[in-house]
Design a protein. Structure first.
Length: 407
């Protein structure tokens, strides 16, 4: 069996794997001409799409300004269409990705499951507790400099300098947020802390700056009587909120359709529109997982997979946050990282290397050993649903150990 590649730079490895060297080989003229034509065609399509987008936005803005009372209905209709289209494309995209799994990729998944069964819950917890969770202060200078400004929710949860989100054309360039990559996408996620009263304007500026289409919130405003996040979004009861020049308007709310997934999880989906200087600049979908316990885990079913499928096709970064932006947030991001690694033929036998890679991008991601084991259990359930991992005595034993560890 070939050795599993180190996960320090999975994105780089993926690019190398899919890029064949052409050094010393003369390129055919027809190839050059074909590439040139393809680039021209792509450029033309992109210009057409860009022009169509601007026309649609202009028409939408004009319609809202003229019709006043009709604004909410138009926005609802527009968002409904986007949401419906997104769900269809997400489902197709997920199925298409699964079709890419050939025998070698599936074997890596089987190897991962066998290693997980062999280690058991106890062995996974030992792996977790061996990993480094601290960071050098010299790597978090901006976090330290902003400590007195009051924009860090927790003094012991640092924000790395190297891949932090830098705010542009704004009163500050700092927000406690980091870009986090997966093997096939350098900027798939933005992991951030739950917005605070003083940082909510920064948060919405980041959403617009990075053209974010989806926000995933994994906490409640209050948990066990403690404030975990500022209510930075509008609701049906308070349909409009203003943050440092940005006006965010509520459009509609519903529960995420779990399709055929049997789950107790409830995920609220709020559609919102963002306005600046009286002009609508962006629509965004806000997914909130209700009742996920802090430093704990929900039931290890396929609800997270359904949530990730709903945002998987987003062409811009998906913002994920809980309270600190490392525990629940890190767990969800780790599941998608592993799924993507499997599709790319890079699934490791042990997920501790994936956790290390995420922690190099977002400090202390995956906060507890229980969350780490939870990630494994969700992935096992997922690959069992795809009939890649077959039911067995070993799996039954692992599930029993997992359930016993939750008591």
């Amino acid at each position: 069996m070939p050795p599993v590649p180190h996960f320090g730079d999975l994105a780089g490895l993926f690019r190398k794997k899919h890029t064949k060297s052409t050094e010393g080989k003369p390129r055919k003229k027809t190839d050059t001409q074909r590439d040139s034509k393809e680039k021209c065609a792509m450029s033309k399509r992109e210009r057409n799409i860009s022009n169509m987008s601007r026309e649609m936005i202009a028409q939408t803005d004009s319609s809202r300004l003229k019709n006043g009372s009709k604004e909410r209905k138009d926005s609802k209709r527009e968002t409904d269409n986007e949401s419906s289209s997104s769900c269809r494309s997400d489902k197709k995209g997920s199925n298409k990705a699964m079709k890419k799994l050939g025998k070698p990729e599936k074997q890596l998944i089987v190897n991962f499951s066998n290693t997980t069964f062999r280690k058991g819950v106890k062995g996974l917890k030992e792996d977790f507790n061996k990993r480094k969770r601290t960071n050098d202060p010299k790597d978090t200078t901006n976090f330290i400099q902003n400590a007195l400004v009051g924009k860090n929710r927790y003094k012991d949860v640092a924000c790395l300098d190297a891949n932090r989100v830098v705010l542009r054309d704004w009163k500050t360039d700092y927000i406690h947020a980091n870009f986090v990559s997966i093997p096939s996408n350098d900027r798939k996620f933005i992991c951030t802390q739950g917005p605070m009263d003083v940082s909510s304007g920064d948060f919405w500026h980041m959403i617009v700056q990075e053209r974010v289409r989806s926000i995933v919130m994994l906490c409640n405003i209050l948990e066990k009587g403690m404030k975990k996040c500022f209510e930075y979004f509008p609701t049906a009861e308070t349909p409009e909120k203003s943050f440092d020049g940005y006006v965010v308007k509520f459009v509609r709310e519903k529960l995420l359709d779990m399709k055929t997934t049997l789950t107790e999880a409830k995920i609220s989906v709020r559609n919102m529109s963002i306005f600046k200087d009286g002009q609508m600049v962006q629509n965004v979908a806000h997914f909130q997982w209700l009742e996920w316990p802090d430093r704990g885990v929900p039931k290890a079913d396929l609800a997270i997979i359904r949530l990730l499928d709903a945002v998987r096709s987003d062409p811009t970064p998906v913002v994920v946050h809980c309270s600190a932006g490392i525990g629940r947030t890190g767990s969800v991001v780790m599941i998608e990282y592993a799924r993507d690694a499997a599709v790319q033929g890079m699934m490791p036998e042990s997920l501790d290397e994936i956790m290390d890679s995420i922690r190099k991008q977002r400090c202390s991601s995956v906060q507890t050993e229980q969350q780490y084991v939870f990630v494994h259990q969700v992935l096992l359930e997922y690959y069992k649903s795809l009939q890649i991992v077959r039911p067995s005595r070993e799996m039954e034993k692992f599930v029993q150990e997992y359930n016993a560890s939750l008591v």
